[in-house]
Ligand binder design. Structure first.
Ligand SMILES: CC(C)(COP(=O)(O)OP(=O)(O)OC[C@H]1O[C@@H](n2cnc3c(N)ncnc32)[C@H](O)[C@@H]1OP(=O)(O)O)[C@@H](O)C(=O)NCCC(=O)NCCS
Length: 197
């Protein structure tokens, strides 16, 4: 019998606030140096922190290490390679930080799901979500995928990228696989959206 890892339940002490995120003090004068690339296994812990901080706010599905390692090849990340860290002596050190991630999960011959799209709150509205989506769309096309879908609470963001709303019942049952692992299974508030490539 196949073992399916249950989704980690967000801990009761998790606060549903932005305090779950690593604090980044951005100075407007500092140049951002953001690079989009495929994720590697060494990125798993940082990606989990980002995704699960949103999950604790009920904005996305929580993930665990087993899921991440098994699906690491689905993930693209955006790294800021120039995050300044100032010490009390005013010395400036630079930190590399994963500030966004997203994943493309192939489900069937013609359809793939966009999962775990997460942009650190300090890096939202800079076009990073759109850039990650563009990268995943290109990868999907190269794989021969003709349709993307996602379940989301941020309908408008996906609309700006050309996605349209689609009723769950019109999607192939295969796409509900993730729903059975979701803590919101019995009271789902997400909408299904699709994009023809
Ligand atoms: C939704 C999310 C992925 C958008 O990423 P982003 O990098 O901020 O998006 P972009 O800068 O590429 O936005 C492009 C446009 O999409 C729209 N948009 C972006 N975020 C939006 C949001 N939260 N709600 C509605 N529309 C949004 C805006 O029109 C935006 O243009 P603007 O910045 O000029 O207003 C990001 O806010 C996020 O990670 N949210 C928390 C997790 C989440 O909800 N993930 C969604 C998948 S489950």
């Amino acid at each position: 019998m196949e073992y399916i890892e249950p989704p980690p339940t967000p801990k009761s002490e998790d606060k549903k606030t932005k305090e779950n995120f690593l604090k980044v003090l951005l100075n407007d004068k500092d140049e951002r140096e953001i690079v989009i690339q495929k994720a590697q296994v060494r990125d798993v812990e940082e990606i989990l922190e980002l995704v699960n901080a949103f999950a604790a706010m009920n904005l996305m599905l929580p993930r665990g290490p087993q899921y991440m390692y098994e699906n690491i090849r689905d993930f693209v990340i955006a790294c800021d390679n120039n995050v300044p860290v100032y010490s009390i002596t005013e010395t400036r050190e630079v930190l590399n930080l994963i500030v966004a991630c997203g994943s493309l999960h192939v489900l069937w011959e013609d359809i793939a799901e966009i999962r775990a799209l997460a942009i650190h709150p300090n890096y939202q509205h800079l076009g990073l979500g759109s850039r990650l989506m563009e990268t995943m769309k290109e990868e999907a096309k190269q794989l021969g995928i003709h349709r993307l879908y996602t379940f989301t609470l941020t309908e408008n963001f996906f609309k700006t990228l050309g996605f349209r709303r689609q009723d769950r019942s019109e999607l192939p049952p295969k796409v509900w696989g993730e729903c059975s692992r979701c803590p919101k299974y019995f009271h789902c508030d997400e909408v299904g959206m699709v994009l023809d490539l």
